[in-house]
Design a protein. Structure first.
Length: 89
């Protein structure tokens, strides 16, 4: 597991490409901050990641809104203490 212990943020992780990216990072050992504008699809991605034995944190918001980005980063830091990888999908 190349990314064991790493924390990755993936925006757009509720969509097909973002979900694939998030799950690939998780399969390599990373825990994932699942960000999307659609809560239902973000939660689905998080459930799939947790079923793989990794941790997932769901944040809802748009990267086009500074306040949403700030909230996402704050939630990630509160839960995991750091961010190692950022994928702006």
């Amino acid at each position: 597991m190349v990314l064991e212990g790493k924390i990755a943020v993936v925006t757009g992780a509720g969509g097909l490409i973002g979900r694939h990216i998030a799950k690939t990072l998780a399969s390599d050992g990373a825990d994932i901050v699942v960000n999307d504008m659609v809560e239902q699809t973000a939660k689905q991605t998080a459930e799939e990641i947790e079923a793989m034995g990794r941790q997932a944190l769901v944040t809802i918001g748009s990267v086009a809104k500074a306040e949403d980005v700030d909230a996402m980063v704050e939630a990630a830091l509160e839960r995991f203490g750091r961010i190692d990888i950022m994928v702006n999908n």
